[in-house]
Structures are given as C-alpha cells and as structure tokens.
Design a protein around this ligand. Structure first.
Ligand SMILES: [Cu+2]
Length: 164
C-alpha cells in the first residue's frame, strides 16, 4: 500500500509538472480507492478457524503462462489457504475477485503497469517465490483468479473458483 501511494504520488507530481489534465479514472484518489472494493469473492480468512490448503503453481514458458490447477470447487463458507508458488521466470500475480473487477483492474494495469497488488485478495510473487493467502468464500457463485500483469492474462494466467 505504501509503495502504491508513493507511486501514485509520483505520477500526480509528474502530471502536475507536465501541466497535463488529470483524468478522473486515473487520479491517485481513484487508484487508491479501488482497493477497498475488491472483495467480491468473499473476505479475508481467519487463521484460528479451520481451513483447507490448496497449492497453486504459477508457471511460464515459451508462449505459455498458467496456473495449476486452474479450476477449484469450494463450499460456501469454506476457508481456503492458497499456497502460491511461482516456479516461472517472471513475476506473477494471483488476484481473487469477480470477473468484472478483474477486468476493470486489468484495464488499470494496462495504463499503469508498475501498479503492485498487495491486498488481502491478491499477491504478487517474484520468480521462485511462494506466498500464502487465506480466504473465506462467503458468497456462492463463480469467481476468478488472474494475473493482471500486461499480457499474462491473455497468455493463459486465469483460473476459476466455483463456490456452491
Ligand atoms: Cu503473470
């Protein structure tokens, strides 16, 4: 969060210095505010409650980027601890959200590729790193996990969580 604020601050300064208009959708305020509205898929988990562990590997190779597995079924109310492993050569993200929010986020990332996600519903991993994300699926429906680094989603970095 602090890094993102710093980045947002810099871009504001740059825009002001350049005397360019500041568009509503790209203002620092907008960029920060959207972080609070990204919990479509449930809520951050509670480590004191039981959870199931699901390991997800993120990989990249010639013309391919993917999550394994890329389809997960959970019960409504269930907690899942995602153990994320980036075995590829590039940084990757895991953002758990609605399809709609991920699509919006993706458009923002295209304009601001340095944007880094450190939110309760997302992680960014450098190559050969791992991370954990504990999540409670409080809503039934179909959700998406995605890597929104420009070009990655299109190359296959997306997966589906079905909550019943
Ligand atoms: Cu990626």
């Amino acid at each position: 969060m602090s890094r993102r604020l710093a980045v947002a601050g810099l871009s504001l300064a740059a825009l002001l210095a350049a005397g360019l208009p500041i568009y509503g959708g790209m203002s620092p305020i907008g960029a920060v505010a959207h972080t609070g509205s990204t919990f479509a898929a449930g809520e951050p988990g509670d480590a004191k409650q039981p959870f199931r562990v699901i390991e997800i590997t993120m990989t990249d190779g010639p013309g391919t980027m993917s999550y394994t597995p890329d389809k997960i079924d959970v019960r409504r109310g269930e907690q899942v601890k995602f153990v994320l492993k980036n075995t590829g050569y590039l940084p990757h993200e895991f953002l758990l959200d609605s399809f709609e929010n991920n699509a919006k986020h993706k458009a923002e990332m295209a304009k601001n590729p340095e944007m880094e996600h450190e939110e309760p519903n997302g992680k960014r991993l450098e190559p050969k790193k791992s991370a954990e994300l504990l999540w409670r699926f409080t809503k039934s429906g179909t959700f998406e996990f995605a890597c929104l680094i420009p070009g990655h989603y299109e190359t296959g970095m997306k997966g589906i969580v079905t909550v019943k």
